[in-house]
Design a protein around this ligand. Structure first.
Ligand code: F3S
Length: 393
């Protein structure tokens, strides 16, 4: 009550007002403690001057829980190599400096769980990046709503969130059962599955059966594409994800996912089929160490075509590990570039002269045509790296 009254200053008051307003809208019974926050709306490309001013106006207080950031619009060290303008870089650095004043760690990644910022089973958290929300809820069994940038920041400043949505057991039950008639192989298969099912389930909770022994990278791809195409914040996989073991699944609609649907999902994600490709972009969500290993193996001993770039996006922590494991060397030797703190969607790709892009991510394929004004080809990681070497599809 004291915070709401303004006893702790206007910034904490504003933060508390945001949390209380959300609680009232969603009929929450109370505020609950959260263990960590992850804030979106960090790229200058997406928040612009208005967002920058808002963050600066709030940055007189400190966060009270571990808090990290979503990707920015550029690699904070290698932005010149990316071709980012000085004007953009200056604004982006202003945003990062404002967040630093809050005491927020400048781990700017949509996969903070791969760099040590990983919640435990049943932890309540306030995360904003939709793919990370879906991964944290589904694969880690943590509990978070799809926060917006301001509400995640408010939680970071107060250490609490309103008790509604995915924090409650009753909203974590499946609403649609999806039985797979096919065996999925590539991570991009899981991406295509997520895009297709996300459209059908909207913001419901899909329960998958028939997925055997998926990799963590596949589950990451599935989370991102379900969240991008349908607003999904939680899914379950029978025999795989932690909450699936205790769920009673019955009385809900069951649909099948067939090989024909997989093919049509792939087709629908490409806006062109053949021709010159300016940029091959891997790492949406940010590449894991095993994905870096895969790209390195595919690129080793080859050379990226003259008029094409191969960019791999990852977190600073994973890049460091990739360097130790020798993967970075192989990618760079082949002419690829590895960037941290940013990605192909929130970097100002449209200002860098790229018109065509190949991606292995359903989320990037959905967003890039509008966010970055590029035509896209969606394919497996192998096909994408092959395109990078040839320069065309
Ligand atoms: Fe991450 Fe950017 Fe994709 S934030 S999930 S790499 S759109």
């Amino acid at each position: 009550m004291a915070i709401l009254r303004g006893d702790n200053g206007p910034v904490k008051q504003k933060a508390m007002q945001i949390l209380v307003a959300l609680g009232e809208i969603f009929d929450a019974d109370k505020l609950i403690d959260v263990e960590s926050a992850q804030i979106s709306g960090v790229s200058y490309k997406t928040i612009g001057d208005t967002g920058l001013q808002w963050v600066e106006s709030m940055s007189t207080e400190k966060v009270v829980i571990p808090t990290t950031l979503n990707p920015t619009g550029m690699d904070l060290h290698l932005w010149r190599q990316m071709g980012i303008s000085h004007e953009f870089a200056a604004k982006q650095i202003q945003i990062i400096n404002a967040y630093s004043r809050f005491g927020v760690k400048s781990l700017c990644s949509c996969t903070p769980y791969l760099s040590g910022h990983s919640p435990k089973f049943k932890d309540h958290i306030a995360w904003a990046e939709s793919s990370a929300v879906c991964y944290a809820n589904s694969v880690l069994g943590a509990r978070t709503n799809r926060e917006g940038g301001p509400s995640a920041l408010a939680s970071a400043l107060i250490g609490k969130t309103a008790n509604y949505g995915y924090h409650l057991d009753e909203n974590r039950k499946p609403t649609l059962c999806v039985d797979l008639d096919i065996h999925l192989h590539a991570e991009s298969d899981f991406s295509a599955l997520g895009v297709s099912i996300g459209k059908k389930v909207n913001n419901g909770v899909p329960y998958f059966t028939g997925i055997e022994n998926p990799s963590a990278d596949s589950l990451k791809s599935l989370a991102a594409s379900l969240a991008a195409s349908g607003g999904v914040a939680l899914y379950h996989v029978e025999g795989v994800t932690p909450e699936a073991y205790s769920l009673q699944v019955g009385g809900i609609e069951t649909i099948n996912f067939t090989s024909d649907e997989l093919v049509s999902s792939y087709d629908a994600l490409s806006t062109f089929q053949s021709g010159a490709v300016d940029l091959v972009a891997i790492g949406c969500p940010h590449a894991s160490l095993s994905e870096m290993k895969k790209v390195a193996a595919l690129a080793k001993g080859k050379k990226v075509a003259n008029n094409t770039k191969l960019w791999v996006f990852t977190s600073a922590g994973v890049k460091l590990m990739a360097e130790r494991f020798g993967y970075l060397k192989d990618i760079i030797k082949a002419g690829g570039e590895v960037y941290t703190d940013c990605c192909m969607v929130v970097a100002p790709i449209e200002q860098l002269g790229f018109k065509t892009m190949a991606v292995n991510s359903g989320k990037a394929a959905i967003y890039s045509p509008s966010a970055s004004k590029v035509e896209v080809i969606f394919g497996t990681t192998g096909r994408c790296v092959d395109i990078a070497m040839k320069g065309f599809a």
